[in-house]
Design a protein around this ligand. Structure first.
Ligand SMILES: [Fe+2]
Length: 290
């Protein structure tokens, strides 16, 4: 991958697709300055096509991070208040580093360890998530991304017919229970009551279909409970096979953004007692899945 991340001659950003089922690096760009319309168009096109974009060597402030994400649409906060940035409510900080520089000894959010698509437990889940990495683990703490459209295309006709028109219920409360995280508060449950989304999601720009499941999906209301849970698990196992995955090994000051309409992701384990890992997250509001 290129380390050439600046834009000295004013040329357009360069898109370098990864040798994987999804993802591309964008070089010849600095995200610390507002993007020109021409630069933005290159990035936006690559975002839909490659689904995960990686920008290396981008030492952004939180305000610059917010400004870049806001080019893609209105920002939204998160109901998980403990991770909220003290000054900037639209920034979430996931860190195992305390103010005195020592580690907390635990990963800040167990729900990120399992496959999911961001905020699928609300009616209009996030369009994109923009993450940056002030501190990384030397071993583990990778982020895995799965191309859920490629996974859908490989389904046999029988399975496609079976899941066409089915909806899953997505629930913040239930997803917390599944991973053993602190229970959802009454306030959080009121802010994010369960919602149903199609299991096959159509991308609003390309029209391509993808499998839309993940850990926030609890069951399928139109099926017997256990049968629905089993079907969701089967689809997730299929969609997260190695051939559909890009593994991101973080470097300090990476910026990543991904299309939640066509991907799932999760974080791999690391030693949270020894390794210091901090990511700052901003999400852009999305549309109702169809
Ligand atoms: Fe996530």
């Amino acid at each position: 991958m290129s380390n050439f991340t600046k834009n000295p001659d004013g040329g357009l950003p360069v898109v370098i697709p990864f040798d994987a089922a999804l993802g591309a690096e964008i070089s010849n760009i600095s995200l610390s300055n507002p993007l020109s319309e021409d630069q933005f168009q290159v990035v936006e096109k690559a975002f839909v096509e490659h689904k995960v974009l990686v920008f290396r060597n981008q030492p952004l402030t939180d305000d610059q991070h917010l400004a870049f994400a806001a080019r893609f649409g209105p920002l939204e906060g998160h109901i998980n208040t403990p991770t909220r940035h003290k000054r900037l409510p639209d920034v979430q900080v996931f860190s195992n580093v305390k103010e005195d520089g020592s580690t907390t000894g635990y990963h800040p959010e167990l729900g990120t360890y399992v496959w999911h698509t961001d905020k699928s437990y609300v009616a209009e889940p996030s369009l994109t998530t923009v993450l940056r990495s002030p501190a990384i683990a030397s071993l583990g703490g990778d982020t895995l991304f799965a191309n859920t459209q490629a996974a859908y295309e490989d389904l046999d006709p029988e399975t496609r017919n079976k899941i066409a028109g089915l909806k899953a219920e997505h629930s913040w409360k239930r997803s917390r229970e599944k991973v053993g995280e602190k229970p959802a508060t009454l306030e959080q449950i009121a802010a994010a009551p369960p919602v149903q989304h199609p299991i096959v999601r159509t991308h609003p720009i390309t029209g391509k279909k993808g499998i839309y499941v993940g850990s926030h999906a609890s069951h399928i209301p139109s099926l017997e409970y256990d049968a629905g849970v089993k079907l969701l698990q089967q689809l997730e196992v299929h969609a997260t096979k190695e051939k559909y995955i890009y593994r991101h090994k973080w470097q300090v000051n990476d910026v990543l953004m991904w299309d939640n309409r066509s991907t799932m992701h999760c974080v791999t384990p690391y030693d949270a007692a020894k390794e210091k890992r901090t990511v700052h997250r901003v999400v852009v509001k999305g549309d109702r899945p169809f």
